[in-house]
Design a protein around this ligand. Structure first.
Ligand code: 5GP
Length: 181
């Protein structure tokens, strides 16, 4: 049985994601060029890796990228206390940081990470996310670039996991109910 057989619906196809990354990359290129800036792209592990890898192909600037891993203190996603598991190797001082996220849900993770980047002395901090679930927001965050809006449903693929599974799927989909049993 293929891992794809455990998916009920494909919400966003590989082609749609590639096309959207192309558009977003163009927009990012334009925006930063106008500011005479080159972003330090910061991908949040592990979910944003496939999105970041596709996106940077279309950013026509001499960018650098780095990774950061954060987790919530309680182990659940529902608290606001975010702890750094792996920090940047690069100094954030004076940088124009573009944080890459897989999905913005309550907004707590991104809110905390934006604060951390500002504390590092970044010149500017922007956020780009593959998916946005605005209906779930509890913290007001500015998301500068959004790939796709999704309803309040649990999705996997293209970096997003369920118990570390499904991350490598090249599309975003909804798992079948039996996956949760
Ligand atoms: P926030 O702090 O915005 O509530 O949490 C964002 C994180 O929650 C994402 O990086 C992701 O790990 C997780 N998350 C939120 N919604 C989903 C979803 O539909 N599917 C998966 N796989 N993870 C989700």
């Amino acid at each position: 049985m293929s891992i794809r057989d455990e998916i009920k619906t494909v919400l966003i196809s590989e082609e749609q994601i590639r096309e959207r990354c192309r558009e977003l990359g163009k927009q990012v290129t334009k925006d930063y060029s106008e500011q005479n800036a080159t972003p330090l792209v910061v991908a949040l592990l592990r979910g944003s890796v496939p999105f970041m890898s596709e996106l940077i192909k279309y950013i026509d600037l001499d960018i650098q990228y780095d990774f950061m891993d954060v987790t919530s203190y309680s182990g659940t996603k529902s608290t606001g206390d975010i702890r750094i598991v792996k920090d940047l190797e690069t100094s954030g001082e004076g940088k124009d940081i573009l944080i890459v996220e897989d999905i913005v849900d309550t907004g707590r993770t991104i809110n905390a990470v934006v604060g951390m980047m500002k504390n590092k002395g970044a010149n500017s901090v922007k956020v780009i996310t593959l998916l946005d679930k605005p209906s779930r927001r509890v913290v007001d965050v500015d998301v500068d670039y959004i790939g796709f809006e999704v309803d309040d449903i649990f999705v996997v693929g293209y970096g997003l996991d369920y118990n570390q599974r499904f991350r490598a799927l090249p599309f975003v989909g909804v798992p079948k109910e039996e996956v949760y049993r």
